[in-house]
Design a protein. Structure first.
Length: 804
């Protein structure tokens, strides 16, 4: 056969596909929407790690295409936000310019993957035609009371000089730049995602998503059941309400702790404690969240005041400590040192009494050295509750407390409303006008998009105002309601705004009248398969669900979950598992590999490198093996296609087994074992072809069909050489007939130096290596010496020649 020349083959088919697209919408085929998380167009371009997700989604798309679907497989650009802006500032060019350049470069690189992307559907979040709708959604939320203003201490990144959402703070640091996050009191635009907490939680059940991601969202929403209990402040009319998930332990509450930010914190100080209390409150406000969360050693101060435990009238001291968070529950807790680790540590340090109220076998522990935190056991030291099972009481206590009139049953969520404004330039302007008479007025819908104006200086100011605040002619406007002089909102939206709904826009990206037409939404949405990294589990993937539910509620779409199925690919790392990055100098660019080995080989190696859901170490040498395999496959098909061999029981069996194995592995997303499967079957087929003097055409064709989603160019070329004029992708995905796969076993003689020494039962389609290995086991005792020859006459005899 003509040797495989990847460059010629790939060029030929790339051109051909441009003129004759393989994915056509005939209006009859069912749609299948396979989506990649769209990239930030950063200046660094793509490395082989980025390719992984794109190849996975393309393999999946082509597989679905061959199963008879019309594939919606779009691509676009998440181009607003800090990464693009930080890059622009570093390089000293306007973000719009650098973004456009980066998009062009990455688009070229993405095209090298030979993915089925339909560029007619392209979207870019920074295009006014796109962000018109990002702003429109905000206006709808505003009208429904889901977007509101609030001044409060938010997370602030001193390096990015902007406020951040809770979801953007990872282990106390800025999700973008890693700087420790501090607090800053700022007026904010908030989105009321908490109004959707229960639906966001319950509807996780509907989704075919990795359990890990569902759990992360469940924990992030953090629904817990408990009670609010009121403690009267001794000698005053004030009361402190605490939130507890363990009201059963009420008799063991020997002190209380308030967050230093609690409204009563300073008021509770007495003459003697005032200085210390104010000092503690001040010091806490200066500390970053990281320090507060990561503190090993508990700190705190006694206020000098006492509260009355409503269950038994005991007088308990009130402390301040920053291990209690101001914005969770009520910002105040009742402390039960015998049954809570943090309270135990605190009580030990400050010599506060510890009263055990739950006992394992009814026995009290002498000298507790740690808290007993299990919610099982019998109540002790608990008055009327003594002898009850704590697990039962845990459920009943809220109602008892309610009846006593000292509290109520409550549900709590960790989820907070979404801090939605950024003090940065490169984002969608928030379409609100502040009128001294009418208050906040949304920009009228027919005036959207509200375009981002040009500025001289787009650097963040650090003052808590966005650079837009400096442009007087933009800021000053008139109120759309009353015509009075008014000011524009100058904050911009976070980068998540566009990505929360972009997947809806692809299918109707030129529509100037609607975000997406009903007709197209019904026909093409929602996304059937979403592929991307797991790092967005509680960011983008939560926000998108919220937006989708909102758009469902206002009648834009009929479904209320955006992504039916989700697959998270692992990262490709450099040697020793180190993340690929320019600064580490370990970035592998696909460009050279494509030149030397071709796109097909690179695609296959991306899949072969390891289980797609796990991280995998890149090794350039690995691609050699895949490349050799492709050459062998090429030769197998071309050498045998014209021999006119008829199908045999063996070839039929191998063919069906091959279809079965590849398809089951593909269905379970075990893409690396699909590739190793191709290698195994290629060897079997080469073997069989030699034995039978050729392979029937149907078996060769089946192999080419199966490999097509992975190595589309070589498959298309071989398909043509096999005599087809239509694309291989129009050919249906083959079916495996399980009956035809069944192995018949045969018994054959095993000889050593021509003498029969035993018999072995093997599959009639066993390859030479398999047969010889099985045979050797049976005659192991006669194999002393050096084996000089191994003969397998298929289906008949095994003979091993040994020299003493
Ligand atoms: C008494 C108690 C006894 C508690 C016990 C626990 C164990 P989740 O499940 O996370 O909702 N808590 C309440 N508000 C807090 C705040 N703002 N900062 C820090 N801790 C706070 O946890 C609720 C429990 O965390 C509550 O139940 C409270 O301590 C504490 F044996 O109350 B518990
Ligand atoms: Zn930052």
């Amino acid at each position: 056969a003509v040797p495989f020349n990847h460059r010629a083959v790939e060029e030929k088919w790339r051109k051909h596909w441009e003129e004759h697209p393989v994915n056509v919408n005939d209006g009859k085929k069912p749609k299948y929407y396979c989506l990649d998380m769209f990239p930030y167009p950063s200046g660094n371009g793509l490395h082989v790690g980025h390719w992984r997700g794109y190849v996975i989604s393309d393999v999946w798309s082509r597989y679905k295409l061959m199963q008879g679907h019309y594939i919606i497989h779009p691509m676009g650009w998440d181009a607003f936000g800090l990464p693009a802006e930080n890059y622009a500032i570093k390089m000293g060019v306007h973000p719009a310019k650098s973004t456009a350049e980066n998009v062009a470069n990455i688009k070229r690189q993405i095209n090298d993957i030979a993915a089925l992307y339909d560029w007619n559907m392209e979207v870019n979040t920074t295009d006014p035609k796109f962000y018109k709708w990002t702003q429109w959604i905000f206006v709808q939320m505003f009208k429904k009371g889901l977007a509101y203003e609030k001044e409060f201490p938010i997370n602030w990144c001193p390096s990015c000089k902007t406020g951040l959402a809770n979801e953007e703070v990872v282990n106390g640091c800025c999700e973008r730049c890693g700087t420790a996050v501090t607090k800053k009191n700022l007026r904010q635009w908030m989105l009321k995602i908490t109004a959707y907490a229960d639906r966001l939680l319950n509807d996780l059940d509907k989704l075919d998503w990795p359990e890990k991601v569902k759990k992360m969202q469940t924990d992030w929403i953090g629904k817990s059941y408990g009670a609010e209990v009121d403690f009267k402040v001794d000698g005053s009319d004030e009361k402190i309400t605490v939130y507890t998930t363990r009201p059963d332990t009420l008799h063991g509450a020997t002190f209380m702790v308030l967050a230093p930010e609690h409204a009563l914190a300073a008021k509770l100080a007495t003459e003697e404690t005032r200085a210390a209390v104010e000092d503690y409150i001040f010091k806490s406000s200066m500390r970053s969240n990281v320090d507060r969360v990561q503190d090993k050693e508990k700190t705190g101060v006694f206020t000098g005041s006492y509260a009355i435990n409503p269950i038994n009238g005991a007088k308990v001291p009130i402390w301040l400590s920053d291990y209690v968070l101001a914005d969770y529950g009520t910002g105040a807790i009742m402390c039960v040192p015998a049954h809570d680790d943090r309270d135990f540590e605190f009580a030990k340090k400050f010599n506060i009494p510890i009263i055990q109220v739950i006992a394992k076998d009814g026995k009290e522990i002498e000298n507790m050295t740690e808290a007993y935190t299990e919610a099982s056991g019998t109540m002790i030291n608990s008055g009327e509750w003594n002898g009850m099972e704590s697990a039962v009481l845990k459920k009943e206590a809220p109602l008892i407390i309610e009846k006593m009139g000292v509290g109520k049953k409550t549900v709590n969520y960790k989820l907070r409303d979404w801090v939605f404004s950024r003090q940065r330039y490169w984002g969608e302007p928030i379409p609100i006008i502040h009128c001294p008479k009418c208050g906040n007025v949304p920009v009228p819908e027919d005036q959207l998009p509200l375009e981002l104006p040009e500025v001289e200086s787009y650097q963040p100011t650090g003052t808590g105002e966005s650079p837009l605040a400096a442009i007087d002619e933009w800021v000053n406007t008139t109120c759309p309601c009353c015509g009075a002089p008014a000011k524009r909102e100058t904050n911009t939206m976070p980068q998540w705004a566009g990505s929360s709904w972009y997947f809806l826009r692809y299918v109707d990206n030129h529509n100037d009248e609607e975000l997406v037409s009903k007709e197209k939404a019904d026909k093409y949405l929602p996304v059937d398969m979403y592929i991307g990294g797991v790092e967005h589990a509680v960011l983008h993937l939560l926000y998108s669900r919220f937006y989708t539910k909102f758009l469902h509620d206002i009648g834009v779409i009929d479904f209320d979950e955006p992504f039916t199925k989700l697959f998270n690919q692992g990262m490709i790392t450099g040697k020793n598992g180190i993340k690929m990055s320019k600064s580490k100098g370990n970035v592998v660019s696909p460009d050279d590999l494509i030149r030397d080995y071709g796109c097909d080989a690179l695609r296959m190696y991306e899949m072969f490198v390891g289980p797609p859901e796990l991280d995998a170490e890149w090794d350039d040498r690995g691609i050699d093996g895949v490349s050799r395999f492709l050459k062998r496959f090429w030769n197998l098909v071309l050498d045998n296609k014209d021999k006119g061999a008829k199908e045999t029981p063996e070839s039929v069996k191998i063919r069906h087994k091959m279809v079965y194995d590849i398809t089951t592995r593909l269905n379970s997303f075990s893409l690396n074992t699909v590739i190793s499967g191709f290698m195994e079957y290629n060897n079997k087929l080469i073997d069989l072809a030699k034995r039978q003097d050729g392979l029937d055409k149907e078996t060769l064709e089946t192999a080419v069909t199966l490999i097509a989603p992975f190595a589309p160019h070589i498959a298309e070329e071989l398909w043509e050489q096999l005599g087809h004029s239509e694309t291989v992708f129009a050919h249906g995905w083959p079916d495996a007939d399980e009956e035809a796969m069944k192995d018949d076993e045969i018994e054959i003689a095993v000889q050593v130096n021509g003498k029969t020494r035993g018999t072995v039962t093997i599959s009639s389609s066993a390859a030479k290596e398999e047969a010889i290995a099985a045979g050797k086991e049976v005659v192991a005792d006669w194999l002393k010496g050096t084996i000089v020859k191994e003969i397998y006459v298929p289906g008949r005899i095994i003979n091993i020649v040994v020299k003493p």
